[in-house]
Design a protein. Structure first.
Length: 218
């Protein structure tokens, strides 16, 4: 799996929008999650609905941190990837079709995250660009196959070339497009989207896990 590096682009304004645990509606039903009480989570490689081949790796690389910070043990991504590879599975679509009970047997995790990348990358306009990452996920109990929770997250960054004059805006837009083509401009936003999607405590977000001091046992 190809991992990406962080990049920064000067002259850009970050517009962080979207929901994560945050975008769900108030009154979210946590009965299944509370009943299951998962302590360990297996993060599966995301499905990719975008034309950007770097999208699954860019998101997967940053999904562990918010889960760990929320109080869950997370199966190391490297261990997960290598285990599937040794068993002849390297495509997210094939991996997400593996029986939950089998995943439980192999990794010993209580639950797994099934994620899909909906948008990832840059869109270019005449005098600017918009970089966006959006994903959705669902947490499934590997002991029963029952869905415990679902959420989504997104982050957007758009260029701000106003005030440079038409020629200046065109030059800035061309520089942005070249810079984005040489690097993964969406990678930093994938971290923001992952945090919004998986950090516990927001409206409709995950509950804090047993390793968190904010965990509320039943």
């Amino acid at each position: 799996m190809k991992w990406m590096h962080r990049v920064g682009l000067a002259g850009l304004v970050v517009v962080l929008s979207g929901c994560a645990g945050q975008g769900a509606q108030p009154g979210h039903d946590y009965s299944a999650l509370r009943e299951s009480r998962p302590a360990s989570i297996l993060v599966l490689p995301p499905l990719n609905e975008t034309p950007e081949i770097l999208a699954p790796a860019g998101l997967l690389a940053q999904m562990t941190a918010p889960l760990a910070e929320s109080g869950y043990y997370v199966v190391p991504v490297g261990v997960m990837v290598e285990t599937f590879r040794q068993n002849g599975l390297d495509q997210p679509a094939d991996i997400q079709q593996v029986d939950p009970a089998r995943l439980r047997q192999i990794f010993g995790a209580d639950a797994a995250l099934y994620t899909t990348v909906e948008e990832y990358g840059a869109r270019y306009m005449l005098v600017g660009s918009v970089v966006k990452v959006r994903a959705r996920t669902r947490l499934v109990d590997l002991r029963t196959g029952r869905e415990l929770w679902s959420g989504s997250g997104e982050a957007v960054r758009q260029s701000n070339n106003n005030g440079n004059g038409l020629l200046g805006m065109l030059i800035s837009a061309a520089i942005e497009q070249v810079a984005n083509s040489l690097s993964d401009a969406a990678y930093p936003l994938a971290g923001v989207a992952s945090q919004r999607m998986l950090a516990a405590g927001g409206s409709g977000g995950l509950l804090h896990g047993p390793r968190s001091p904010r965990h509320q046992p039943e």
